[in-house]
Design a protein around this ligand. Structure first.
Ligand code: ADP
Length: 175
């Protein structure tokens, strides 16, 4: 069965063929916009996702796109961890609200791996504001707002490496 992703955020269209290879993304790869690399990325299924009992659906969407689950754990986030993780937002008026929201329920932290995993996951997720995310994306289908947007996903390969180490000890990642 082939799986098709029609992306809102970046206008990417790609599919996996019966051999589980991507078709569509290679156009971008050949044009030099993307390089084809095995990556890992950090996901947090946020408190709204956990409250709505949607973690399984979110993980399934990523797995159906060919990504593999490398590690998973439930965590209750702390002020210190959130201040580090959202350091780019500490001066925003809504920062205290985000911290309270992210602490309100334990979250499911995941490491997913795959070809171009960072951009593929961000594309499946959709833009930050769920109200602006297209149907077919995780946030567009399941989210409600800017803050209640179901999941966090690393936004670059560099940040993915930092975030994996922020949320997982090396002995929590099976080899
Ligand atoms: P993203 O999670 O899409 O990478 P950001 O890093 O900009 O987006 O923001 C981190 C998180 O902060 C968002 O996922 C969202 O939960 C929250 N957030 C961002 N902008 C707002 C806003 N204007 N109002 C409330 N919460 C926001």
């Amino acid at each position: 069965m082939s799986l098709v992703n029609r992306s809102a955020g970046r206008g990417l269209k790609w599919r996996r063929n019966k051999n589980n290879k991507t078709e569509g993304l290679p156009d971008l790869l050949f044009s030099g916009i993307l390089s084809n690399s095995m990556e890992r990325t950090l996901i947090l299924c946020k408190p709204d996702c956990m409250r709505k009992n949607l973690a399984g659906e979110v993980v399934l969407r990523f797995q159906n796109a060919g990504l593999r689950l490398q590690a998973a754990k439930m965590i209750r986030l702390t002020d210190a961890l959130l201040t580090e993780h959202y350091s780019h937002l500490t001066d925003k008026p809504f920062f205290p609200e985000i911290v309270n929201f992210m602490k309100s329920e334990p979250v499911l932290a995941l490491i997913l791996t795959g070809e171009n995993a960072v951009i593929v996951v961000r594309d499946l997720l959709g833009p930050t504001d769920s109200r602006k995310a297209a149907k077919g994306t995780v946030r567009g289908d399941l989210g409600e707002s800017n803050m209640l947007n179901i999941a966090h996903a690393s936004d670059s390969v560099e940040n993915a490496e930092i975030e994996v180490k922020r949320f997982f000890r090396s002995d929590e990642i099976p080899v």
